[in-house]
Ligand binder design. Structure first.
Ligand code: PEP
Length: 264
């Protein structure tokens, strides 16, 4: 069975904006207006905006009558309780979030998040019907040492060991080489495709039908120029975009790089 024969929530490639810790009420409004203007004539890609927690209510009111979805950049691994400063999956759902980024390297390195912690967050998102966008990727040293597949494999295997391969059904993995994030140095299409194949094979070995419904994105210095080649690869189901998502014109150009009639 080919991947396009399976029942996916959406057959489109997906472009996710990660605003990181940027924005304010006025700037967000202008940026979203710019997105919506440019996206009017775009039907070949699904678009998601992941915003800082305080702006979930604002993004809900700006996007609820549109075809653009929204999400958060992290969530707590607990349902609720005495966890000062944490935000639960249920709270994200209260604001209409459908997606949540999990295990972004800017969090896992700064806050020492273990693969086990990330796996628990992944499952918490799933239990609440949120689509997790799991970030995986290697450092430059690891790539130079040729151990990038071992590193990414371990990140995936932790979820498989704790929750089984079926956890990946209808989920998203974003391959984000740490050396490419925010550096202006994106992975080549060949490097990205090789890792995407490895990710799908790893999940498929644990659960073939889950792997068929998994979307695998590329993230790391995606811009309007390199997006054309990256998003034309059959193995690349979309992009996670940081810096260029803060500029509506550039973000729209990245979305437009998704080929017409492409299906994942
Ligand atoms: C990211 O934050 O996930 C990211 C890919 O950032 P940038 O596009 O700025 O490299």
């Amino acid at each position: 069975m080919s991947r396009s024969d399976t029942t996916l929530p959406s057959p489109h490639k997906i472009v996710v904006a990660n605003w990181k810790m940027h924005g304010n009420l006025a700037r967000n409004h202008t940026l979203v207006d710019g997105y919506l203007q440019g996206l009017k004539s775009l039907s070949q890609a699904d678009v998601v905006i992941c915003v800082p927690y305080p702006y979930l209510a604002q993004i809900q009111s700006l996007l609820s009558e549109t075809h653009v979805a929204w999400g958060a950049q992290n969530l707590a691994k607990y349902e609720e309780g005495a966890y000062t400063g944490e935000v639960s999956a249920g709270m994200l759902c209260d604001f209409g979030a459908q997606y949540v980024i999990i295990g972004h390297s800017e969090r896992s390195t700064a806050y020492c998040e273990s693969d086990e912690n990330i796996a628990e967050k992944f499952m918490m998102a799933k239990r609440h019907g949120l689509t997790p966008i799991l970030c995986v990727g290697e450092t430059l040293l690891e790539r130079e040492a040729g151990v990038m597949e071992r590193v990414v494999g371990k990140q995936l295997e932790t979820i498989i060991r704790l929750f089984g391969g079926e956890a990946f059904a209808n989920s998203i993995v974003s391959y984000e080489p740490i050396w490419a994030i925010g550096t202006g140095l994106a992975a080549s299409a060949e490097q990205a495709v090789a890792m995407h194949q490895f990710i799908r094979d790893t999940v498929s070995a644990a659960d073939k039908s889950a792997a068929d419904t998994l979307k695998i994105l590329y993230g790391g210095s995606v811009n309007p120029q390199n997006a054309v080649q990256l998003l034309n690869q059959q193995e690349i189901d979309g992009a996670l975009v940081g810096r260029c998502s803060l500029n509506a014109e550039q973000f729209i150009k990245i979305c437009q790089a998704v080929p017409e009639n492409s299906v994942v």
